[in-house]
Design a protein around this ligand. Structure first.
Ligand SMILES: *[C@@H]1O[C@H](CO)[C@@H](O)[C@H](O)[C@H]1NC(C)=O
Ligand SMILES: *[C@@H]1O[C@H](CO)[C@@H](O)[C@H](O)[C@H]1NC(C)=O
Ligand SMILES: *[C@@H]1O[C@H](CO)[C@@H](O)[C@H](O)[C@H]1NC(C)=O
Ligand SMILES: *[C@@H]1O[C@H](CO)[C@@H](O)[C@H](O)[C@H]1NC(C)=O
Ligand SMILES: *[C@@H]1O[C@H](CO)[C@@H](O)[C@H](O)[C@H]1NC(C)=O
Ligand SMILES: *[C@@H]1O[C@H](CO)[C@@H](O)[C@H](O)[C@H]1NC(C)=O
Ligand SMILES: *[C@@H]1O[C@H](CO)[C@@H](O)[C@H](O)[C@H]1NC(C)=O
Ligand SMILES: *[C@@H]1O[C@H](CO)[C@@H](O)[C@H](O)[C@H]1NC(C)=O
Ligand SMILES: *[C@@H]1O[C@H](CO)[C@@H](O)[C@H](O)[C@H]1NC(C)=O
Length: 631
């Protein structure tokens, strides 16, 4: 059947080219090794030539010219052919019919080449046609593969096998197709230029997983043992279909970390590590490793690996957590405030995991424990007792740190219970003790004499010292002579205390039996005994290493403790009450107690002081002071 179809163009060519030396053979023809091939052939010679002894012909291999001695494939006059064609060739056409069709059987690859026909019409009418048929002897079928196979796009693969051997008809099978999803097969028969090709087309939609899979076309000739196969490996292009990165991880500050990324794509992607928006590293590869040394908390965040090939782009992220101990907190500067002020103390830190922040006042918990970066300690209406060192302690599982500030509260002076007048051997000693910040200034006022005694007025015997915020002052009133008048009023001593924030006064009253008539001795320092007393006092102070304020201080052993008497005329209840109003003044009690132990009364007697006029007069008026001597 195929022969007839093949003839139609051939006849046209012949009619066009009549009256001349002409040949028609297929320019290219192929056949499978070990099968056969029929080379269809028709030729023309000028019509004027009359063949004498019939038409003869020769098929040459490689060259058309006899003088070059090409291998003879077939010769109609004799059976002499080249070794390699012996027993393999047969002229199927009738040369008298100008049909030079040739059969070559049992083909080997050595038979690939050009085949030329030479006609011998008789006499000198011999002609080598320059046109030739080029035979290809194949050992494998051909597979037509698209230049690019893209996943998820329908794919057609066609396997071709020549079908130019009339006795043997090939069959095409696709092999290794088990894994293919819904493969479709369709066979076709193509005739072109008088040669035939059998084909089979495989249709399917490749997936990324089919990349690198083998696929084959097998050709068999039924009832023979001939088998030909061509195996191909599919190169399926696909966009990144997975981007693998480490799971989110945690590292310690200062350590090293390596983040891996692997991308599955074909072709290999441009693979890159990004930190936020910033590209840190890239390569054209299937995997990439980002190594970081000496990690800092700033490197905590989202790391994204992006895989990008021309078919698509994909990314996966991880979160890198950087752990670190809390930083030394930042707290407010030390401050001095006035009682009643409200404060907010800030403590700022950073740490991972979230640190806990604790405010301590002098080592004791103050406020609540918070977790985060900021802790604010609110102190509403600060009280004197809130003076102290405030430390903010921050800690997490990796460490701790702290910072502190000092708060100093300034407040109006307050009397302490120690304020009292005591009977001593030669008179009465009055002590006034007060706390306040700044330290209170103390002065005594003797209303009966209209005399104010303070530290600057050195006409009087006044002793004071200050220890922190506690001020202590003392005067000693000396008894002068024997009193017989027992109707006189008790000695009155007023103690005034003041600082920037307020002033107070209290009457230290000593009610006494008449024989303890008091005298105030005022005047300048005089007398050897007094000087010795001062020296003793200074030494004592030196040993005690106590702060002195103003005049030297001396410990005076109360000469008759049983008789001491303290009278705070404003009454103790009142004092306590005031103290309590200042906001749970309990520590004052302890302060007071402490002070009691440490109180060192400085006392100097001023003997032989010159009387002052007014005072003297009063003394004569029957006051308790029999004499006031002044310098
Ligand atoms: C030439 O001979 C072959 C073999 O006999 C035949 O199949 C073919 O049809 C002939 N060609 C022409 C043009 O007659
Ligand atoms: C192969 O041989 C069997 C019998 O052995 C025959 O029936 C069949 O037609 C043959 N097939 C071909 C293609 O020659
Ligand atoms: C990431 O994964 C790779 C390979 O599994 C491993 O070697 C590396 O230590 C991992 N990195 C982190 C930070 O977990
Ligand atoms: C990473 O890529 C390199 C080439 O770039 C390759 O040799 C290596 O096998 C890959 N590693 C993995 C785990 O895929
Ligand atoms: C990662 O992919 C998502 C969409 O899948 C996109 O919105 C995002 O911008 C990508 N991130 C990066 C860093 O490319
Ligand atoms: C402590 O510092 C914070 C912030 O710097 C500030 O808002 C606050 O007022 C400060 N507190 C005091 C008592 O100074
Ligand atoms: C707070 O006062 C103490 C002494 O009372 C001192 O040692 C410390 O340095 C002070 N702290 C600050 C922050 O001023
Ligand atoms: C007290 O003495 C001062 C002068 O030292 C005088 O001005 C004042 O009036 C006196 N007061 C009384 C109540 O005597
Ligand atoms: C002591 O008292 C006198 C007057 O009585 C006064 O002028 C002086 O300022 C006072 N000194 C102090 C330190 O209070």
């Amino acid at each position: 059947m195929w022969c007839l179809e093949r003839l139609i163009p051939l006849l046209l060519i012949i009619s066009d080219a009549n009256s001349q030396w002409n040949i028609w053979v297929p320019r290219d023809i192929s056949a499978m090794a070990n099968s056969c091939v029929v080379i269809p052939c028709s030729f023309m010679y000028p019509p004027g030539i009359r063949p004498a002894r019939g038409v003869h012909g020769i098929w040459y291999f490689g060259q058309p010219y006899p003088q070059l001695f090409p291998p003879v494939v077939f010769k109609s006059l004799t059976d002499v052919v080249h070794e390699s064609f012996k027993g393999r060739t047969k002229l199927l056409g009738d040369l008298n019919q100008r049909n030079c069709t040739l059969l070559i059987g049992n083909l080997g690859t050595e038979h690939s080449g050009r085949y030329y026909f030479r006609a011998d019409i008789g006499g000198a009418n011999k002609y080598s046609y320059p046109d030739f048929a080029e035979l290809k002897v194949l050992v494998q079928p051909n597979i037509d593969i698209p230049e690019e196979i893209v996943s998820d796009n329908s794919l057609e693969l066609t396997c071709y096998v020549p079908d130019n051997c009339p006795d043997m008809t090939p069959e095409i099978q696709w092999i290794y197709t088990d894994y293919l999803p819904d493969p479709e097969f369709s066979s076709d028969f193509i005739e072109e230029s008088n040669t035939a090709v059998l084909s089979n087309t495989l249709r399917f939609t490749p997936r990324p997983m089919h990349n690198s899979q083998l696929l084959g076309c097998r050709v068999i000739y039924p009832n023979t043992t001939l088998v030909y196969e061509r195996i191909i490996s599919l190169d399926v292009k696909y966009p990144p279909r997975s981007v693998w990165v480490n799971v989110s991880s945690e590292v310690m500050e200062g350590s090293s970390v390596t983040l891996h990324c692997e991308v599955d794509s074909n072709p290999s992607p441009r693979i890159a590590w990004l930190f936020g928006e910033q590209e840190l590293l890239w390569d054209t590869a299937t995997n990439i490793s980002l190594s970081m040394d000496d990690i800092t908390p700033e490197q905590e965040g989202v790391y994204t690996c992006v895989g990008d090939n021309s078919f698509g782009i994909m990314n996966t992220s991880l979160y890198l957590t950087v752990k670190y101990p809390p930083r030394e907190p930042i707290v407010n500067d030390s401050i001095t405030v006035v009682e009643g002020t409200s404060l907010a103390l800030h403590c700022n830190t950073m740490g991972n995991p979230t640190p806990t922040l604790t405010w301590l006042k002098d080592g004791e918990l103050a406020g609540s424990i918070t977790a985060g970066q900021l802790s604010v300690l609110d102190i509403l209406e600060v009280t004197p007792q809130q003076t102290g060192q405030y430390r903010c302690l921050v800690e997490n599982e990796h460490g701790r740190a702290s910072a502190s500030l000092n708060i100093t509260v300034e407040y109006a002076p307050v009397f302490l219970e120690e304020s009292k007048c005591t009977v001593v051997r030669e008179g009465v000693q009055c002590v006034c003790v007060a706390v306040g910040n700044p330290e209170p200034t103390i002065e005594f006022y003797l209303p009966d004499l209209n005399i104010t005694i303070n530290e600057t007025d050195n006409r009087f015997n006044f002793y004071t010292h200050s220890d922190g915020h506690t001020s202590t002052a003392m005067i000693k009133l000396r008894e002068k002579g024997e009193r017989t008048d027992n109707s006189g009023p008790a000695v009155n001593v007023l103690c005034n205390i003041y600082n920037t924030y307020g002033k107070e006064n209290v009457l230290l009253e000593l009610q006494q039996e008449k024989k303890y008539m008091m005298a105030v001795i005022v005047g300048t320092i005089g007398g050897v005994a007094v000087i010795a007393f001062i020296i003793a006092a200074v030494r004592y102070v030196g040993q005690n290493n106590k702060k002195e304020n103003g005049n030297p201080r001396q410990e005076v052993v109360l000469e008759n403790p049983a008789l001491y008497y303290s009278a705070v005329k404003k009454d103790k209840q009142n004092l306590r009450k005031k103290v309590r109003e200042d906001g749970d003044f309990q520590p004052v009690g302890s302060m007071a107690g402490k002070e009691k132990q440490e109180l060192n009364y400085a006392a100097l007697e001023f003997i032989g002081a010159r009387p002052s006029g007014g005072a003297s007069g009063r003394g004569d008026d029957g006051s308790n002071y029999t004499e006031i001597k002044a310098k």
